[in-house]
Design a protein around this ligand. Structure first.
Ligand SMILES: [Zn+2]
Length: 420
């Protein structure tokens, strides 16, 4: 009994150290054994042993000697990106985006599909299955090369069971996405909320590789936040953490889809911005959008952003006001969580004019506690392209490098016969 316990703990320690080395390589890129020893505090022979094993698993590769000023040429090791792949699926109210990524988060192939209004679960699962099978066939990838499929889904998601509890823009309830996709595609599936997926993407591949506690605020068709505390996504007891869109920012504000009045989402989401502009157009307010579409209801958010670039006064006014409300809500989050960094993302942020962004930042600075903003950085995300799909895929990378996934099992190595 004693030996078994000792064996398990020794195995666990080896796994822990192997994952530590992988995480350092993910973050810093190619590194020598002596640098790895310095960074981890492990001895050189221990590092040599770990590097051997990871090379054996084909998770890292020897990329040859490097040149240094002192004329020494230590061999460098880097992540072997060709061995394992992940499929990421981003599901918003309007479309799905599916991407295949390697361990470094590099996109190998991707496809986006529009969703018909109020798509029900079955056709959605069928569509995802069809696209994934098509992409696998197109690139000649085999299922055995994949860690699994990650799904990033808007709304409330039970990430433990992989159930979409309530996606407000799709009118579903309690859909077992994980179970249905696993049955359809025969690969393991992880599901989480889209903002949590964005947060994982930032932590592995974006602006928060160094931060342990940070928040991603996604201002898009809806508004939500992903909260990472001490390197873990904070989900909340009912998986409802990060619902910043439903914080009240104006007690006398308009009715929200959740039934309350004055929620951030009812004042500052793309859906709300579009509605406010259409209403003003119907009342005859002057705007260049009258020349774009004959009927105000035909105006699309892309028209709004084009008018914003051209400096249309009505659009500028509505969008700046929306940004001001986002600033207020972000200040509330900062006052409660006191994070190291806030990363702003989503369509409204990527399309924001200088004036809009300033309006957000000014309002944030005015409302946040000064004690909580001393070290805080507020930045725009650099990961603007299909980030939800990348984040969805990152769930598997996070599980492999920080979670309980066994490196040996994932590499198809028999744990009984293989001597660690
Ligand atoms: Zn609401």
């Amino acid at each position: 009994m004693y030996n078994t316990t000792q064996r398990i703990s020794k195995d666990m320690m080896k796994q822990y150290n192997q994952k530590l080395i992988l995480r350092i390589l993910m973050k810093n890129g190619a590194t020598s054994k002596s640098t790895l020893a310095k960074q981890t505090g492990l001895t050189l022979p221990a590092i040599a042993d770990i590097v051997d094993k990871l090379e054996n698993y084909q998770l890292i590769k020897n990329i040859g000697a490097s040149k240094t000023d002192r004329g020494r040429f230590p061999t460098l090791y880097d992540i072997e990106e060709k061995t394992l792949k992940v499929i990421g699926v981003g599901i918003t109210s309007k479309h799905i985006t599916i991407g295949i990524y390697n361990l470094k988060g590099e996109k190998l192939v991707h496809q986006s599909e529009d969703l018909p209004h109020n798509t029900s679960p079955e056709p959605l699962i069928n569509k995802i299955t069809l696209v994934i099978n098509h992409l696998l066939q197109k690139k000649g990838f085999h299922r055995s090369e994949f860690l699994g499929i990650g799904v990033g889904m808007h709304g409330i998601v039970d990430y433990q069971k992989g159930v979409a509890i309530y996606p407000p823009h799709l009118d579903w309830e309690n859909v077992p996405i994980k179970e249905q996709l696993e049955r359809a595609i025969d690969l393991p599936v992880l599901v989480d909320n889209d903002c949590n997926a964005l947060t994982l993407a930032e932590s592995w591949f974006g602006d928060a590789k160094e931060e342990n506690s940070f928040i991603v605020v996604n201002v898009d068709y809806g508004i939500g936040a992903g909260i990472m505390i001490d390197r873990k996504i904070f989900h909340g007891i009912d998986f409802g953490a990060g619902q910043i869109g439903h914080t009240i920012v104006d007690g006398d504000g308009p009715l929200c889809t959740c039934g309350n009045y004055g929620c951030l989402e009812a004042l500052a989401s793309e859906a709300s911005i579009l509605e406010q502009i259409q209403k003003k157009m119907k009342k005859g307010f002057p705007t260049i959008l009258h020349d774009v579409r004959e009927v105000p209801d035909d105006i699309m958010i892309s028209d709004v952003y084009e008018a914003l670039i051209k400096g249309d006064a009505l659009v500028l006014n509505v969008v700046e006001e929306a940004a001001r409300y986002v600033g207020i809500a972000v200040s509330t989050l900062v006052n409660i969580i006191n994070p190291e960094k806030i990363i702003l993302t989503g369509s409204l942020i990527s399309n924001a004019s200088k004036e809009t962004y300033s309006s957000l930042v000014d309002s944030f600075a005015k409302h946040a506690l000064k004690t909580n903003t001393k070290k805080l950085e507020v930045v725009k995300s650099n990961l603007m392209d299909h980030t939800i799909a990348l984040g969805a895929a990152s769930q598997w990378i996070n599980e492999l490098l920080l979670g309980s996934l066994s490196l040996k099992r994932e590499m198809g190595i028999n744990t009984l016969s293989q001597n660690m």
